[in-house]
Design a protein. Sequence first.
Length: 340
Amino acid sequence: METLKNTRGKSIYHFIINYSIYVFLLVLIAVIIIMDPSVVSVTSLSIIIGQSSTRILFALGVAGLLIMGGVDLSVGSVVGLAALISASLLQNPNHFGNVVFPNLYLPILLPIVLVMLMCAAIMFIQGYIVAKIKVPPFIASLSMSLIVYGICSIFFTQFAGSAPISGLRPDLMVLPREGITLLGVRINYLFMIAITATAIIWVIWNKTTLGKNMYAIGGNPNAARVSGVNVPKNMLFVYTIAGLLYGLGGVFEGARTGSATNVLGQGYELDAMAACVIGGLSMKGGIGTIKGVILGVFILQIINYGLVFVRISADVQYVVKGAIILIAVMADAKKRAMAD
């Protein structure tokens, strides 16, 4: 009888550990719905899908680094720089307000590619500092975040006169504003691009040597090295891919919000990491799936939108996001301890 009780007790304990974050999230969503049932609507779903389009790109970039056992605190700053530069290059020359580069009209793909390459270079440098110089990812990404934010502020002050860069070109603004409607739900072109990028990343993670090596490095870097994996080279590839995703997402985030300032992107690293841990990625590396990341993004955006919808203050929203990350990481640590 005592053995049966112990077995039941362990089963309940394991259930709590494995599903604590989801129980917390379900309770939170239920509270939001009780506070205002009108949050559940086709319009709300359309808005959540639109907001998720860029967040998917950021989360996918962070996820690759988390799987390798790293972390990235520079997401927000790099995204902000991408939005700032792309917005300044893609302004409508006939805009009645502040135009950073008057009479400049580039083919739309050129600024997007340039910004993606710029962000890839930034993340390559960060990856080199981590992989080659052996600086801990936390310190490297924190330092890079400050450097890039400083560059954003200098550009914003010197070139934009500290005025929001708005009046973006119609051929860019069509992406967040137009799309298709399925069963009453509006799906904009940004979301379609995000899903295409997701498919590409899925192939990289699951069908290439780089993907296999990424998981091996996160599981045990020393064992991966002994097995013949070039750890620094693979890490540099993953960091560079993250930069490309940040750059693409930054361009589209500027388009989605309609303008850019030096503070755009601040705090996005929190959302990206929260989405990843909600989706089951381990902060210690080696564990994670694409579908988990996408699910995490949607769950977090439902909560973000719901909290704003019921008029919860931004300060309380930070508390909620911090609690989500803490509970998820604690549960992950417990699961790993039980496995050992």
